[in-house]
Structure formats: C-alpha cells, structure tokens
Design a protein around this ligand. Structure first.
Ligand code: DAH
Length: 360
C-alpha cells in the first residue's frame, strides 16, 4: 500500500473510532489542521516536478476531500446520537399526574374555618375583634361579671386553677370568653361592637366536651341598644352562618349572673334522618346564651348603667362547627389525626367571604 493509502486508512479509522464531537475535532485538527498530516502532504506539492505534481496533486487533494467528507458524515452521526441521548434524558412523562403543591395538600382546621366564617359575618355587621389571655384572674373571669363570691354558678364552671402566687392570688384558665367583655369595656369607649373568639377551658371530657374548647362572645354597648337589636343580630348571624334563607329561633328565659334578663336560644332543626338539618323540621337545638348586660357589670367597668346599656351573647364555636359540618365527636377535633383533617379540613386558599360564599 502506498504511503497515501496508509495515511488515508489510518485517518478514516480514527474518524470511525471517534465517539464524541470533541474526539472528532481532534482527529480533524490532526489531519486537516495547519500542521495536520494531510496539510503536510499538500505542502510537499510545491517541491515536486510538474510531472510528479500532476500525479500527486489529484491524489492528495482527493485524500483531503474524502477525509473532509468522512469527518462531515461522522459529525452528523455523532450530533444525532448526542441529540437522541439528550431527548432520552430530558424526557417528561406528560401523562403523570401533577404532584400537589403544599398549599393544595394542607388543610384548614374546621375550628379555624368557622372562626373565619363568623368573623366575616360579624365584620360585615360592623363588629371588630377583641381578644384576651387564656390565663385570667378570678376577678375578670367571675367577680367583675357579677358572680357573687360563693355563688353556685362559680362551681358550674369546672374551673382549672393555677397554683396560688406568692401573694395568694390564684389565676385560672378562663372558663368562658366573657372576661373579654370586661377588658373591652375597661379599655374602649362606647359605642362598642366586638366579637371575641378564643380558647376556653373546663375540666370536662366526653363526646361533646373537651377540656379545651372555643367560644365566641359578642358585646354591644351604647345608649339605646335593646333586645330587638340582639334578636336581629343573632337571627342574621344564624341565617348567614348556616347558609339558609329562613331560620326559626326560640328565646327561652334563663340565668347568667352577667345578664338581666338572660335567655338561651334554640334554633329549629330536623333530626329525623342521620344528620341534623338546620332551618327545617320541628325539633329545637340550643346554640347560645345571651341577654342584656347586667347594670352591675357595666358599673364594674366604670360606666354609668343609667347612661349605657347593651347586650351580649356567648356561643360554643366547636359546637356550631359540629352542627354545620356534621362532625359527630368533638374529641376528634384535637386528636391531630391527618386522616380526619384531610376529610373535614378546608382548602387553605378558599377564604370564607360573604360575597364569595362561606363554605362553598
Ligand atoms: N359565658 C357563658 C357560658 O360560658 C355564655 C354566655 C351567656 C355569654 C350569656 C354571654 C351571655 O355573653 O350574655 O356559659
């Protein structure tokens, strides 16, 4: 085999062996680059006699051309292989279901949802939110609310007391949200319109009672508020909350130390099926306590009961949540069982509003 033929088969073998474009580029430079083996051959042409040049010229140029063609063909193959490898590696299976975003997977607890719902309703009526601490003084939880020192109503509350402080004062876990009434009247000037959702505590546990539970208190104080207003507020609330057009309500005389007169409120419902239906039927269900704020309570807050009057109510949030959403056992609210919250929880971005719908 001639020298040129040797060179050609060497270069073509190297081209065939190149497995990446970078390898191939090295082969190209080694053959056709300035100092490449084929270029060196071309340089020899100048030194040849015309006859020799007539013979070697086409032979070397032919070599150059075939090497160039082989390089081009090999480059195409390698480029296509590289593209295929990339397509394979970057393949997306569009038939796979999307993984849910965290905001889709999380759930809002029904108690939080119901607090948001009732806040939306009362805010629309012009109420603002007031809050107080869970650890309360005996004075604000009882005395200022017109519970006499040894009145039996104090015992009805199954109170959790804290260890007495050095000065002998015994703090307690508030048994109701009513102390926030006192805090609000002591710190704000009438007219007052507040609701006070929050945690409350009583030593009690069964299907409908847990030691920690939630209440919402409502308080209206100004110069002319009367029971007619109270009934309207509660009726509008119940219709909006239970998302019904009509609701039957019954006000029964009752007793609370901090209201006079005091009433308990029942709403009409139907209990004939498996679930309680609000707004229809002939059964009654108690949902809250209310009344006109007792003059002693108004006086205890430094206001003149001859000038100011108003009404208040208190309601169990967990209880109305159970009713509205058909949850049978209150204890499950606080078990932190993911399966329960997945089932009864609410989507995080569906905030309850009156215009968009409370519960959708
Ligand atoms: N604090 C009462 C309770 O826990 C509920 C209550 C009744 C609150 C009547 C009120 C009210 O504001 O007027 O049983």
């Amino acid at each position: 085999m001639s020298e040129l033929e040797n060179l050609e088969s060497e270069i073509l073998a190297a081209i065939a062996a190149a497995s990446t474009e970078a390898d191939l580029e090295e082969v190209r430079v080694a053959a056709l680059g300035k100092k490449g083996s084929v270029s060196e051959q071309l340089k020899t042409l100048g030194k040849l006699s015309p006859e020799e040049r007539r013979e070697m010229g086409p032979a070397i140029n032919g070599l150059k051309q075939r090497v160039g063609e082989a390089l081009g063909a090999r480059r195409e193959v390698l480029q296509e292989a590289a593209l295929n490898a990339r397509l394979e590696a970057e393949r997306i299976d569009v038939t796979l279901p999307l993984r849910a975003a965290p905001s889709e997977a999380g759930r809002i607890h029904p108690v939080s949802q119901v607090i948001d719902e009732l806040t939306a309703i009362f805010a629309d009526m012009g109420f603002s939110i007031a809050e107080g601490p869970d650890v309360e003084t005996d004075h604000l939880n009882f005395t200022a609310l017109n519970f006499p020192e040894d009145h039996p109503a104090r015992d009805m509350h199954d109170t959790f007391f804290l260890h007495p402080k050095e000065d002998g004062e015994r703090m307690l876990l508030r048994t109701h949200t009513s102390p926030v009434q006192i805090r609000t009247m002591m710190s704000q000037k009438p007219p007052i319109r507040v609701i006070t959702p929050g945690r409350t505590y009583r030593c009690d546990s069964d299907q409908t009672h847990t030691p920690m539970f939630h209440q919402v208190e409502g308080l209206v104080i100004d110069k002319g508020s009367h029971i007619g207003h109270l009934k309207w507020v509660l009726e509008e609330f119940c219709k909006a909350f239970f998302e019904v057009d009509e609701i039957k309500m019954r006000f029964r005389p009752s007793f609370f130390p901090f209201t006079e007169p005091s009433m308990e409120v029942d709403i009409g419902c139907d209990r004939s099926g498996n679930e309680v239906k609000i707004g229809e039927g002939d059964d009654w269900l108690e949902i809250l306590g209310c009344g006109m704020v007792h003059p002693n309570v108004i006086r205890n807050c430094g206001l003149d009961p001859d000038e100011y009057q108003g009404f208040a109510w208190g309601m169990g949030i967990d209880r109305i949540a159970m009713l509205k959403y058909g949850m049978p056992d209150l204890r499950a609210f606080f078990d932190a069982d993911v399966r329960w919250i997945d089932h009864y929880g609410f989507r995080p971005l569906d905030l309850p509003t009156l215009f968009g719908g409370l519960s959708r």
